[in-house]
Design a protein around this ligand. Structure first.
Ligand code: 3HC
Length: 312
């Protein structure tokens, strides 16, 4: 009986578009769904620092290096906001990291592709962060309070990430034929994996039913993907890049671009660990985690000492 009353109250908050806060009673499945999604979001932010980190020492100018450094630092901060949001659901940081290392928790498949040239840094900022923005702007209205508030802060920084990537691509498309070719090559390699960031089609999305019911997702995978395509194809055309999709065509009636089928076999294969960089990304994360153990220990010891001195 008691749980029934609590469930009714929870549902009335969801129906009223009120945020669910950590102190509120919530169905265990709602909590588990959020831990899964928020932790994977956090893991994606942190792992996503690797492909771009490879280019800090090879940025073509001091300005480019400063922008890239700022962006990568932002991503680390996004990871921290999101880990903190996940911890409000009663799971520890250690457990979250352990789930990543054991493979129990995923991160976005997009980060298992290599950043081969400087144009990839442009494509990542423009396409990957551009896709992330479409998804994250929608998540600003997610029902779980800490997650929604983290999104507001992250989206402000994400817009700069997308603009700096687009600026790199626009610059290269006004450059030499070799630079234009480099930009088009990056576009060809990052376009389809960016579409995969929105997840499987709604009909194949096991979590979307609950996600929409509990207003964790405010729009479906396919709706957000379409929004990204409609916006990005026009941006590509403005700077002279070709979208690598022979079936892409504008539908005057629906006012949307129709597009070719995504390679879901590739999507599943990369998620299952067979992407070009899966092993490298995890090896790097494990190495950094191990080498950073002394920092965590020192920070914990300091916090403990602080607590003890406050109590005295
Ligand atoms: N990569 C890896 N796994 C993916 C995926 C992708 N691109 N898309 C879906 N999946 C997984 C899901 O996690 C789920 O597996 P699980 O049960 O093991 O968790 C399965 O495929 C089925 O997908 P669903 O659509 O049913 O799952 P969701 O309802 O969770 O939707 C999602 C998937 C749209 C990615 C959703 O989780 C979401 O919106 N997450 C928050 C945003 C996010 O994580 N973005 C990742 C990139 S972050 C980023 O790019 C930062 C930028 O600053 C660089």
């Amino acid at each position: 009986m008691e749980n029934e009353t609590k469930l009714k109250h929870f549902e009335s908050l969801i129906d009223a578009d009120s945020n669910i806060e950590p102190r509120d009673w919530m169905p265990e499945d709602y909590r588990k769904h959020l831990v899964r999604q928020i932790s994977q979001h956090a893991h994606s932010e942190v792992i996503g620092m690797q492909p771009e980190g490879n280019w800090i020492s090879r940025a073509p100018s001091l300005r480019a290096k400063k922008i890239l450094l700022a962006k990568i630092q932002d991503e680390g901060g996004h990871g921290l906001y999101l880990y903190s949001a996940a911890e409000t659901l009663g799971i520890s940081r250690d457990e979250l990291i352990q789930q990543l290392h054991s493979g129990k928790a995923k991160y976005s498949s997009i980060f298992n592709y290599p950043a081969l040239t400087w144009a990839d840094i442009g494509a990542i900022g423009w396409l990957v962060d551009g896709a992330a923005i479409v998804n994250q702007v929608s998540l600003q209205r997610t029902s779980y309070g800490p997650y929604a508030r983290a999104m507001v802060r992250i989206c402000k920084e994400e817009s700069f990430h997308q603009r700096q990537g687009y600026e790199i691509m626009a610059h290269m498309m006004q450059g030499t034929p070799e630079q234009q070719e480099m930009a088009q090559d990056a576009m060809n390699r990052w376009w389809w994996p960016s579409l995969m960031m929105f997840g499987p089609h709604d009909t194949n999305s096991p979590h979307s039913g609950n996600a929409i019911k509990w207003k964790i997702k405010r729009a479906s995978n396919d709706v957000l993907r379409q929004k990204f395509i409609d916006k990005t194809v026009q941006q590509a055309e403005i700077i002279g890049l070709t979208v690598p999709d022979k079936d892409l065509k504008w539908n005057e009636e629906t006012k949307h671009y129709e597009h070719g089928e995504i390679n879901w076999e590739e999507f599943q294969s990369v998620i299952n660990g067979n992407g070009p960089c899966n092993k490298q990304r995890m090896d790097n994360h494990l190495k950094a985690h191990h080498e950073g153990e002394w920092v965590r220990k020192a920070a914990t010891a300091y916090a403990l000492k602080q607590n003890q001195s406050v109590k005295q």
